[in-house]
Design a protein around this ligand. Structure first.
Ligand code: TYM
Length: 330
């Protein structure tokens, strides 16, 4: 069995991009592989977080993962800061990561903006912590959306740098697993921008907690273009392509089939069908999430159990790292 690791930040609502780009795939592979899914609270604090909100969001994301279909008995679900080895390995890997590699990271450039001098070291080192997350468990499969591809390439480079430094084949090189019809879900207000938690307009994204009326309204208001009918052409018609990809991913069908099935239909009618499908597939997840959140003790129990199981794997690998490096241990 392949070891699989992936993570999600507890920063606000889970949205459709998280679900279709990552979580739906996590659910699909939980029985085929040995899977760890992590709520990455140490990554979240690379931008300011209010303590109460961070706690609430950690529980909410955990509830979202379970509601989406992850079984905490089958896979390991835990929050990152609970397993100290993530931070320790991240420090060690910092010592194998040239600044030049980090300077290439597009997400850092976007998040840091123009005032680079004011950007925090934690934000800069963010991808090294990601590498530590994955390598700590010797995970080789990493199911993510397309936006994480560059970070995963860096993880491979860092693993290689460590192995070369000690002439060992200790860290296996992780591979991104990017699949499904919607590996990059775009904003409903602008088909050239990624759907994200940080978008100022709530109409730009579908949250996993949205109720049926909100879902229908957001889809109805989604941006379209003035061409008649629907066609899949992401370059020329990004909004149409986005809605078709979302439909395909929710229905579990290839985009080509969705296009063929709805070829003669206009945007308005297609949006109606998409809203029905979204309500049918996402409605039960939102409902289950609400039920789970009514029982925070259960959620906390899942995270405590997950952390204990993760620690057992991570601590053994970290002990080996220390031995390879000659760090004296008790
Ligand atoms: P985060 O929390 O931004 O997103 C979680 C997952 O959702 C995917 N995703 C999307 N997929 C398609 N379309 C979108 N619009 C969209 N928005 C988000 C992301 O690709 C991701 O898979 N750095 C990571 C968390 C992380 C991690 C890791 C991932 C920390 N350590 C180790 C893998 C392995 C992040 O910020 O995800």
């Amino acid at each position: 069995m392949k070891r699989v690791f992936s993570g999600v930040q507890p920063t606000g609502n889970l949205h459709l991009g998280n679900y279709l780009g990552a979580i739906k795939n996590w659910v699909a592979m939980q029985r085929e592989h040995d899977c760890l899914y992590c709520i990455v609270d140490l990554h979240a604090i690379t931008v300011a977080q209010a303590p109460d909100e961070l706690t609430d969001n950690t529980r909410e994301v955990t509830a979202g993962l379970i509601a989406a279909g992850l079984d905490p008995k089958t896979c390991i679900i835990f929050n990152q800061s609970r397993v100290a080895a993530h931070a320790e390995l991240a420090w060690i890997l910092n010592c194998f990561t040239p600044l030049g590699w980090l300077n290439r990271m597009t997400q850092f450039k976007e998040k840091a903006g123009k005032q680079r001098d004011k950007a925090l070291l934690g934000l800069y080192a963010y991808p090294v912590l990601m590498a530590a997350d994955i390598l700590l468990y010797h995970a080789t499969g990493v199911p993510v959306g397309e936006d994480q591809k560059q970070h995963l390439e860096l993880s491979r480079d860092i693993a290689g740098a460590f192995n070369r430094a000690y002439d060992v084949e200790f860290f296996p090189l992780p591979e991104p697993m990017i699949f499904g019809a919607a590996t990059r879900v775009m904003s409903l207000r602008d088909g050239r921008r990624k759907m994200s938690k940080s978008d100022g307009s709530d109409y730009a994204r579908i949250n996993l907690t949205d109720d049926a009326d909100t879902l229908a309204l957001k889809i109805k208001r989604a941006k379209t273009d003035s061409e008649p009918g629907l066609s899949y052409d992401p370059e020329r018609r990004p909004e149409a392509a986005n809605l078709l990809s979302i439909y395909a991913a929710l229905a579990g069908e290839p985009v080509e089939r969705v296009v063929a099935e709805h070829a003669g239909v206009g945007f308005a009618a297609f949006k109606g069908r998409l809203a029905d499908l979204a309500i049918e597939t996402l409605g039960p997840i939102a409902q289950r999430m609400r039920e789970l959140l009514a029982d925070p003790a259960y959620i906390d129990g899942v995270l405590a159990d997950g952390a204990e199981r993760a620690r057992r794997i991570g601590d053994a690998n970290l002990a080996e790292v220390r031995r390879i490096m000659g760090l004296l241990d008790a």
